[in-house]
Design a protein around this ligand. Structure first.
Ligand SMILES: Nc1ncnc2c1ncn2[C@@H]1O[C@H](COP(=O)(O)OP(=O)(O)OP(=O)(O)O)[C@@H](O)[C@H]1O
Ligand SMILES: [Mg+2]
Length: 251
């Protein structure tokens, strides 16, 4: 839990810093679009492109009030994945999509995926330069992280370019020892470089922001939360190769 919220607010932080950012909703449930663009259910999007790559990319890109921040909603073709194709079937189309995004002049394409390493999520990861893993800070959830990282190592055989940036602890509940304890346990379990120093607190602010279809930074009392995402962005910037064409995926 918390993946889409991290995607939206991190993308917003990059965009505010002047990085021309495209946030892509690759979750067939379409929650980025749902929370940021009211009409997104009616718009063509990522899954429409996968179904028919002849669709011009410009038709999928939704601008926001911030000039450097645009979105691609999940789209109408969300049942496309059910149509099958094995592991890797969509990689060529995803790569064509990403090439188109670069050609449109975006500096960063951040893709919010559904959980897991299979299906379209796996293909997105196999087509990406980098991945970060938002992980809810609770005891059961963190137990699955080592397995997930192992699975990512297997995907790196197919895509050696993939850089695993690390895990971002999210929904950390300071007044709940099970939650803070889970954060500490994960930091003990993994090498320090694999867990971002910035961690996202559980805060009603995020629910309020998503109910209004906004990144948290634009709320009047959102400056502190925005600051946490700015720190996360700074950590990511130091980890990414400064060679452009960067694509970050969320799980
Ligand atoms: N740090 C947080 N503090 C409080 N509420 C949060 C936080 N992060 C997310 N939420 C809330 O939890 C719910 C689920 O969050 P989100 O959609 O980001 O999770 P997700 O991992 O993308 O879920 P899904 O698996 O459905 O894609 C939303 O209502 C969101 O507003
Ligand atoms: Mg989500």
């Amino acid at each position: 839990m918390g993946k889409t919220t991290v995607s939206i607010n991190l993308a917003h932080s990059f965009a505010r810093a002047g990085v021309k950012t495209l946030l892509v909703d690759a979750d067939p449930q379409g929650s980025v679009g749902l929370s940021l663009t009211r009409q997104s259910r009616l718009l063509a999007g990522f899954y429409d492109y996968l179904a028919d790559p002849k669709i011009p990319l410009e038709r999928l890109i939704v601008p926001t009030r911030l000039k450097t921040f645009s979105l691609v909603p999940s789209g109408q073709g969300s049942d496309y994945e059910a149509g099958g194709g094995g592991m890797g079937a969509h990689i060529a189309r995803i790569k064509a999509f990403l090439a188109g995004v670069s050609a449109q002049g975006f500096d960063l394409c951040l893709i919010d995926t559904a959980a897991g390493l299979f299906g379209i999520s796996g293909d997105v990861i196999s087509s990406s330069d980098a991945i970060m893993i938002p992980q809810q800070s609770e005891p059961l959830g963190i137990r699955s992280v080592p397995k997930l990282l192992e699975g990512l190592q297997r995907l790196r055989v197919m895509n050696p370019r993939l850089s695993v940036l690390g895990v971002c602890l999210t929904m950390v509940q300071e007044d709940l020892v099970e939650s803070t304890g889970a954060a500490v346990a994960l930091r003990q379990l993994l090498p320090p470089a694999m867990v971002f120093r910035a961690q996202i607190p559980r805060d009603g602010l995020f629910v309020r922001a998503s109910a209004r279809g906004l990144p948290v930074g634009v709320l009047e009392d959102g400056a502190h939360a925005q600051g946490i995402f700015d720190s996360l962005r700074a950590e990511i910037e130091t980890k990414l190769q400064p060679n452009g064409g960067i694509r970050t995926t969320h799980l």
